[in-house]
Every structure is written in structure tokens, then in C-alpha cells.
Design a protein around this ligand. Structure first.
Ligand code: PEP
Length: 236
């Protein structure tokens, strides 16, 4: 079964998230969809939603701590309040916009792995790396897995080329299958593709055998579009 995940980034409010989640729930129940669905709202919109078994709420980021003095961050004390056990780590915006190092990604990974969390760990190259060819791209992506236990049972990898995120530029199916096939040689975990996925290109991307699903930003924020992509994923 292929997987679908929505990353809200800094979009949606508490009220609109509640509405979005309710509409996902209604759609999934009505169409009897079993596809694993992950939703990552902003931290202010976390809540104890009653969800079908296959729908999971996660956080876009969390600090490797229970609590403490880490201004602007949240830890497991805040996550436990809502029963959240799923975390995104290493998203390209955390790495390249917010300056997060591989070291902190590893610390987060190890901390949340120890607690048994589902981890969606993101990797992906910038344009200047892609332009140096496939070998360099793979070297860069495997470098982002340095220090990460890729045999962790609750791990999902998301391959998201930075040049394709939020830009409208989608990697070609050849680009995607080349990288996913190479990653699959070493990784048993599911591998999602992310980068300007939308209802019009999702079916084609999911046809690639080494793509186990998608992590979607922009085109997942509108409920109709996300529902369409849930349905496409359920049929893939
Ligand atoms: C993302 O944020 O993980 C992402 C893939 O964004 P977009 O779909 O907007 O490219």
C-alpha cells in the first residue's frame, strides 16, 4: 500500500486544521480508504483528534527533550498531551532555511528512535549538487543518512530534491526512479518522494515501483486537492 503525507509547513490555523482533519476523516470513512495517511499541521494546531486507524497526526519538528529551556521549541511533554508519536526530521527547510545541522538531525533521530516514534526522515540535494550528476547526488543524499540507523523499524525516508520543493518544478520520472532505485539498494524502509507533487502528476510518480508514496506540501493544503490525492494513492 502506498503512503500519503501532508506537510502544512506554516499554513493553516487551529480552526482550519480541525476542519481539514474532519474532512479527511469523513472522506476516508465514506470511501473505505485504508491508505496510510499522515498529516503534519503547525504545532499550534495539534490536538487529540479521533482518527481512523490509518490516519496519523504528526509534528513537523520537535526538540530532543522532554521539556526544558529551549525557547520556541516543543518536546515530548507537549507531544504526549495529544498522544503524538510521529515526527518529521531533517526537512530541507529545517536544514537550509533554519540552518539545522546533520548533527542536530542525528540527535533528534536518536532521541525519538529511543522512544519508538514513527520518524519521517527527509533527505535531498540542492540544485548545484544535482548539476554535478547522479553519483554526486547519491553521495550527498547518503551523507544526510550518516549517523542515522536506517534499519530502524519505524522509519520512513522522504527523498525531496530541494530544487523541486515548493518551486513547481517536478523531478522527471527518470530522475526520481534513478535516485529511489539506488536508495532502495541500501534501505529497506518505505521511501516517499516529495517536491511539487500535485493531483495531475501523482499517479505517474506512484507508478514508479521504488516510490512508496509521497510527502506533499503546497498542493495538499487545500482539502479537495488532498482528498483527490488520497484517492489516487489508494488506487496506486
Ligand atoms: C514538502 O514540504 O515536503 C514539499 C514537498 O513541498 P511541496 O509539495 O510544496 O514541493
Amino acid at each position: 500500500m502506498k503512503i500519503i503525507a501532508s506537510n502544512f509547513k506554516t499554513n493553516h490555523t487551529r480552526a482550519s486544521t480541525k476542519d481539514f482533519v474532519a474532512q479527511v476523516k469523513q472522506f476516508v470513512v465514506q470511501k473505505d480508504i485504508q491508505t496510510p495517511i499522515y498529516i503534519f499541521p503547525p504545532a499550534t494546531a495539534l490536538d487529540s483528534f479521533e482518527l481512523p486507524k490509518n490516519v496519523t497526526l504528526g509534528v513537523q519538528n520537535a526538540y530532543p527533550t522532554k521539556n526544558g529551556s529551549f525557547t520556541g521549541e516543543i518536546g515530548t511533554e507537549q507531544l504526549d498531551e495529544f498522544g503524538i508519536k510521529t515526527v518529521l526530521i531533517g526537512h530541507s527547510e529545517r536544514r537550509h532555511v533554519l540552518g539545522e545541522s546533520q548533527k542536530i538531525s542525528i540527535e533528534k533521530f536518536n532521541f525519538y528512535k529511543e522512544l519508538g516514534y514513527n520518524i519521517i526522515y527527509c533527505i535531498g540535494e540542492k540544485l548545484e549538487v544535482k548539476e554535478q550528476g547522479v553519483d554526486k547526488t547519491l553521495e550527498y543524499c547518503f551523507g544526510q543518512l550518516d549517523g542515522i540507523d536506517i534499519s530502524y523499524e519505524n522509519l520512513i525516508i522522504a527523498y525531496e530534491p530541494v530544487w523541486a520543493i515548493g518551486t513547481g518544478v517536478v523531478a522527471t520520472t527518470e530522475d526520481i526512479s534513478t535516485i529511489h532505485n539506488a536508495l532502495k539498494q541500501k534501505i529497506d524502509s518505505p521511501i516517499l518522494y516529495g517536491g511539487s507533487v500535485k493531483p495531475s502528476n501523482l499517479a505517474e510518480i506512484l507508478k514508479i515501483e521504488s516510490v512508496d508514496g509521497s510527502l506533499i506540501g503546497t498542493s495538499s493544503w487545500e482539502i479537495e486537492s488532498f482528498q483527490q490525492m488520497i484517492e489516487i494513492t489508494s488506487k496506486a
